[in-house]
Design a protein. Structure first.
Lengths: 147, 251
């Protein structure tokens, strides 16, 4: 599979996943399309960095920054709370799969793997949270600097 | 400024805060909204203490204090957006406090939902697309099985959640059905990688967003709420793990 087709597949699938998850958590229908953009954009930042070899944590952090900035911009356009765009947008990044693998390893008695994966869940979630804080910082700065 | 009944004011604030927490809002936004409602009603110095399980609000140096329990914590963006909308309208003076209270009660009771078939379709799409994204293997053949398992798991989660009040039971049974469907599908030759199918199909159930939100709450200084929400997320992750593990143990 060439790089371009991979890119297109990753983009469309992350967009679809975000919109579909947004339907599951009852996002107002006016916000669905923009929420999908936030998710696809954040995932593409993550994916491009990860394939470029930046490592998981930096990719997660910058992906979360991208989602946070998207969320803030969209929230100002639509006059809705930021989290309406952030929470569905997070879905491709969030360590749900790792959390599930950690718990499965624990239940099956594989303690070393469970602890390893559990620490990874905490660190990824922390990286995403810090990414959002950076996005918030950017938005506060953009309020202060009037151009 | 019209003089407002302080008891009704505090009650409205509590209602708004409770609906927002039940909808999965961050704590700083809840406190911010409650503060704004009090300020826009012409009162100064509200005292607000929010946790994920209860809210206390009072007016400084005045004999008015009320508290409210928060018993459910889901993710429901329509509620958060609705409260935000009403608070904005109240700030602009388009609605009065009594109207706002009435609309809040209405919002709490009948939040508009997407029709269930659309939600199930959403769960199917989430499962199929996230399986490809997480596995990074482009195994197209597993997509139908993941979609079916994901939607069945979501349906079971939905109906069990309505039928019983026992916490975490719906997640466990939903995950169990996901595992069972994936296992049967793979045995019948409809899918290849059972691990990938299960990872995709549990995604509508797993509390990844809740884990991240709890850490955000803690970093924002809301340690109590962060801990409570994080614990709830860990417990529901464990429930899902148990549901899947039953399959792996016995088959």
């Amino acid at each position: 599979m060439t790089y371009l087709t991979e890119f297109i597949v990753q983009f469309t699938f992350s967009y679809l996943a975000t919109v579909a998850f947004a339907i599951c958590i009852n996002v107002p229908h006016k916000a669905l399309i923009l929420a999908g953009w936030a998710g696809a954009f954040g995932w593409m930042v993550y994916w491009l960095l990860e394939t470029a070899g930046s490592g998981r944590m930096l990719a997660n952090l910058l992906g979360a920054v991208a989602i946070g900035v998207c969320g803030i911009v969209f929230a100002r356009i639509k006059k809705m709370p930021v989290i309406i765009f952030n929470i569905p947008g997070l879905v491709p990044l969030v360590p749900g799969a790792t959390a599930y693998q950690a718990v499965r390893a624990m239940v099956l008695g594989n303690m070393d793997l469970a602890i390893q994966l559990g620490v990874r869940v905490t660190m990824v979630a922390g990286a995403i949270a810090v990414g959002f804080m950076i996005a918030q910082l950017i938005s506060e700065l953009s309020y202060r600097i009037r151009w | 400024m019209v003089k407002v009944d302080k008891t009704i004011l505090l009650d409205t604030c509590l209602l708004a805060g409770r609906i927002m927490i039940e909808g999965g809002s961050e704590m700083y936004r809840v406190e911010d909204t409650m503060n704004r409602i009090v300020k826009n009603a012409g009162q100064s110095d509200p005292l607000i203490f929010t946790t994920a399980t209860g809210i206390i609000i009072g007016l400084k140096n005045q004999p008015y204090v009320q508290l409210s329990q928060v018993s459910a914590r889901n993710i429901d963006m329509e509620k958060v957006a609705g409260v935000n909308q009403l608070s904005r309208q109240f700030a602009e003076g388009k609605i009065t406090l009594t109207q706002m209270r009435k609309s809040l009660i209405h919002l709490d009771k009948n939040t508009p939902y997407f029709p269930l078939p659309l939600q199930v379709l959403g769960a199917a799409v989430v499962s199929a697309t996230l399986m490809v994204i997480f596995a990074q293997q482009y195994d197209w053949l597993d997509i139908p099985l993941a979609a079916v398992a994901g939607s069945l798991g979501y349906l079971v989660n939905y109906y069990v959640g309505r039928a019983t009040k026992i916490r975490f039971m719906s997640e466990m049974l939903g995950a169990f059905i996901v595992g069972l469907t994936a296992l049967i599908g793979v045995r019948l030759g409809l899918g290849r990688e059972i691990d990938n199918v299960i990872i995709g199909a549990v995604m509508p159930l797993v509390p990844g967003v809740a884990i991240t939100n709890s850490i955000r709450d803690m970093l924002a200084g809301h340690l109590l709420s962060g801990m409570a929400r994080g614990m709830e997320a860990i417990l529901s992750a464990c429930a899902i793990g148990v549901g899947i593990a039953i399959i792996f143990r016995f088959f």
